[in-house]
Write a protein that binds this ligand. Sequence first.
Ligand SMILES: O=C(O)CCC(=O)C(=O)O
Length: 281
Amino acid sequence: MKANTAPAYTLTPAQREFYRTEGYLIVRQLWTKAEIAAIKRVIDDPAAAGQPIPEYWEPTVNPDGTLDPDPLKRYPRMLHLHRHQPIGKSMMLDPRIGAIVRALLEDDDPIACQSMVYFKPPGSRGQALHQDNFYLMVKPGTCIAAWTAIDPAITENGGLSVVPGTHTLDIQCPQPADSKRSFVNNYVPPPDGRQPVPANLAPGDVLFFNGSVIHGSEPNTHPTLWRRSFIAHYMPSTAEEIVSWYFPLHDFNGRVIERKSSAMGGPCGEDYDWSKLEKFA
Ligand SMILES: O=C(O)CCC(=O)C(=O)O
């Protein structure tokens, strides 16, 4: 019997072409309902218990035991899910994601760099428009994100928006963001004449986007709907360096892959205070 060498997921030529021209691609219903239910169970348990996971998930608890009024202090991002939850590793290294990212990298093998979860409860601020490779500093080339909707991600609950076609831009030095709307103080304005477009996603849909694409999200103004998402970043195997905060890197067999740590200095110049940089996209 011949070995089954079929890729776990095949993009159509039209999907590949869309990504080439727009810098992003939505793949609908990549994850099944059961898979989305499974990740919800894993992330909601520590969150509901307010149980910190040292280094990776440390919600603010006021000394008097009261809840912080900022929902993102109670539900910050959960970092590097693949290092502390088996489901994080299996989702980050899922063969369907691997096959798609490989196709979007023009058949280069992907290396997994990080995974994280956003909870974004109602009332949370968003994340101002930015470019991911400003943070990852993958060189040569750029990173690529796979952003999975766990809840519906729509305009009202602060779904993600992308500025189509911005994958061809250089990485920009960000400006200060509006701290009332964004929990991260970096803002990259879209170039003249371009606007962010909402990627309305259903649970199980995945938005893939190039690390130079300007993207971000607005506050969650929905009265009840959370906007949980699972996000993983990848780089092409031909890339030689990345910021060391993302080490260890993995290939899709789970093996550790060595790369150089990116040299400091970037679009903001050598004097930029990198110690203040939030080291995740
Ligand atoms: O999910 C969001 O609101 C922002 C996430 C994001 O921009 C990113 O992962 O790079």
